[in-house]
Write a protein of this length. Structure first.
Length: 121
């Protein structure tokens, strides 16, 4: 009997740990009217500059450097750029929680820029 109580108390401990508050990412939905062709200079660079560059200028946190077009493009082509901002569970959420996440329009712009081949325009 004691054995069972021991096992149950261990299980309860594990279950209660899972209830620890983990902040979940919130993407603020905003109305979005994007140009058909996304401009790196006018749209993507300002998003990266405002939200990512505080941590991702050379050498860049986690070795991720987004401070030039060439560097941003290489992270984009590896898939890491989009996966981190859309909160793919296999990637670390960016910007790190509890910081504000990109809004839905910024995410859409980055996705479209990548789909269009990361133009340098
Ligand atoms: C407050 C600092 C900070 C900000 C702001 C920030 N990052 Fe990061 N980022 C980090 C750190 C620290 C790591 C390394 C995390 C690790 O390896 O545990 C990282 C890692 C990454 C990675 C690699 C993720 C992976 O799963 O391997 C990508 C991609 C990335 N950041 C993109 C971005 C983008 C895009 C933005 C802006 C939208 C951004 N980060 C904003 C601190 C930041």
């Amino acid at each position: 009997m004691k054995k069972y109580l021991f096992v149950i108390s261990i299980l309860l401990t594990i279950l209660s740990c899972k209830k620890d508050k983990v902040p979940s990412p919130t993407v603020v939905p905003v109305n979005c009217q994007l140009e058909d062709t996304i401009s790196y200079a006018n749209q993507i660079q300002p998003i990266l500059s405002n939200n990512c560059l505080p941590c991702h200028q050379y050498p860049g946190s986690g070795g991720i450097n987004l401070d030039t077009y060439v560097n941003a493009k290489s992270i984009a082509l590896s898939g890491q750029l989009v996966q981190s901002i859309i909160h793919d569970t296999n990637y670390i959420i960016m910007p790190p929680l509890p910081q504000n996440q990109l809004d839905s329009c910024q995410i859409k712009a980055v996705k479209r820029w990548v789909l269009q081949g990361c133009l340098d325009n």
